[in-house]
Design a protein. Structure first.
Length: 284
């Protein structure tokens, strides 16, 4: 026969059980990531070592004899505190959204889809060299730049992708670089410190990303032990972002004629003053 337990002890025990259970549930939650840190001054004062033009190269990405000043937009992206802090702030907001998603999704069941150029890697050095040598875009110059693997990280991108992994998310990079350059793109991403589970380029001139987004979900099924669901998009163009139906099903890519709903919630835009679809909008 059990002896009587003091009333006060029983009350303490009853309080301790839910408290212990709460502690276990808290420990089971994904670890929250701290706000991102990035040394903007180090980025702004970095001096790039530009390799010499190869002998016989008819279309070098480097500008050997500048004929023009760096355009304001390129200079702003490369050398302003405003650009650097805006980029880090976008990634901070995206990280807060990822933390919310981690609480409502099991590990490896949710996918963050990202663009590459001007979203996670920065091609402003190429843009500067191109513009100060006349400004005309040439496929040969771009291809040589891609082979150089010199695109740097966009401020906040490396820390964000690493944090998504720690939270249990997957990262897919869907880019409009040529699919034939996927190995070069992946090497550049790794050099820039970007954490990713999947990368796919563009076939031919088909720049719409909708089917490649769906393909990323399918391709990551094995790693996720079940088809993961894309829940967040990041890019520097609205066409890098998705339009979803009311149930969250992917419909299509956003365009300049849309209202931009979802930006700041599950869609996040990085600043890019150098180029984009917005250049075709009427000048009013």
């Amino acid at each position: 026969m059990l002896r009587d337990v003091p009333k006060g002890f029983a009350q303490m025990r009853n309080l301790a059980i839910p408290a212990s259970l709460g502690a276990l549930l808290w420990l089971a939650q994904p670890a929250l990531a701290a706000p991102l840190t990035y040394d903007c001054q180090a980025r702004m004062t970095r001096v790039w070592a530009i390799p010499p033009v190869a002998v016989g190269d008819a279309d070098p990405w480097q500008c050997a004899a500048p004929t023009a000043k760096t355009p304001a937009g390129v200079h702003w992206q490369r050398n302003s505190l405003e650009y650097c802090r805006l980029s880090v702030n976008v990634y901070d907001e995206a990280l807060a959204a990822a933390q919310r998603l981690a609480k409502s999704h099991k590990p490896h069941t949710w996918l963050v889809l990202m663009d590459a150029d001007e979203t996670v890697i920065d091609n402003s050095l190429f843009e500067r060299e191109r513009q100060i040598c006349g400004g005309e875009f040439k496929d040969g110059q771009w291809r040589r730049w891609v082979k150089a693997e010199m695109a740097a990280d966009v401020p906040g991108a490396a820390a964000f992708t690493e944090a998504v992994h720690r939270l249990g998310g997957l990262v897919g990079i869907v880019t409009n670089r040529a699919v034939e350059d996927d190995d070069l793109t992946r090497a550049t991403l790794k050099k820039a410190g970007i954490t990713f589970d999947y990368e796919i380029g563009m076939t031919g001139d088909h720049s719409d990303k909708t089917e490649r987004w769906r393909g990323a979900e399918t391709a990551l099924t094995t790693k996720a032990h079940g088809r993961p669901v894309a829940v967040m998009w990041l890019g520097d163009q609205v066409t890098d972002l998705a339009i979803l139906d009311r149930r969250g099903k992917l419909l299509r890519a956003m365009n300049q004629g849309d209202a931009g709903d979802g930006i700041g919630d599950h869609l996040f835009l990085l600043p890019n003053p150098m180029y984009g679809g917005w250049q075709d909008n009427p000048d009013r």
